[in-house]
Ligand binder design. Sequence first.
Ligand code: CP
Ligand code: NVA
Length: 305
Amino acid sequence: MQHFLSLLDWSSADLKQLIEEAIFLKREYQTGGNRPVLQGKSLAMVFQKPSLRTRISFEMGMQHLGGYAFYVGPNEIGLGVRESIADVARVLSGYVSGIMARVFDHEHVEELAKWATVPVINGLSDYNHPCQAMADVLTIWEEFGGDIEGRIVAYLGDGNNVTRSLLFAAAKFGFRLVFCGPEGYYLDAETIRRAEDASFLDCYDVAETPEEAVANADVIYTDTWTSMGQEAEAEQRRRIFPPYQVNETLVANAPRHAIVLHCLPAHRGEEITDGVADGPQSRIFQQAHNRLHAQKAILARLLRG
Ligand code: CP
Ligand code: NVA
């Protein structure tokens, strides 16, 4: 059974094929609509956390491909609380063709995948966010006409789930993530080792200053300073992270062709300013829309059977 839990589980060739399929499905959708390749297929979308993009792009993606998706909120299944994850996985597998889950603990989505007899897609865990990284790659691919190898993506701020998947994407697609953030908020050494082991080029670097990070960047990326589940640390993080804000002054230090990405939701005035988010180098809405197209490729690959 093939799942989509981490980019590290997939080969570079397969991931590239998914991006090519996403480009095809995007064009097909925009020029008359997708063929119903998932007719009769269904997706359970299990959420332990809130969502705009993930929930709606998966739901609409299934609909565009002729399938059916439904939302299961945090109070319904009670994943691992009302019932064991192993039992939830085995029961759901008899009802649906696939499961997408957004969880706190990454082990919970792994446990779902261990027991499910249908494909499981990770819609974000505290560890990673692989569907986001595929939309990010699609956006970079579109910007540079597929010329992605050797590109530099400067990541400013918190080394979190989004950063981790972006680094795994760097390993698999051959670009380099240049990280710049405060001490204590770097990605862990094990993550970097795993990425470097999977990489065919040099995929990770650290910059001393934000200016140095963006100096040769093709892409500038940031995410919230406080991820879902870390709300108790929000005040402390608001004091630590301001030097890493992506603002007009910082972007002026980057090459003129550099684009700005953010997985959203954005906390405008914190990790990114309005001027940058709404400025000419921003691609944040194209990136958000690419969630739909990238995930359709994943759904088509996993659920078509
Ligand atoms: N980027 C992202 O995953 O957005 P949501 O939390 O709204 O799904
Ligand atoms: N790092 C953020 C991403 C939200 C899409 C979080 O986990 O809350």
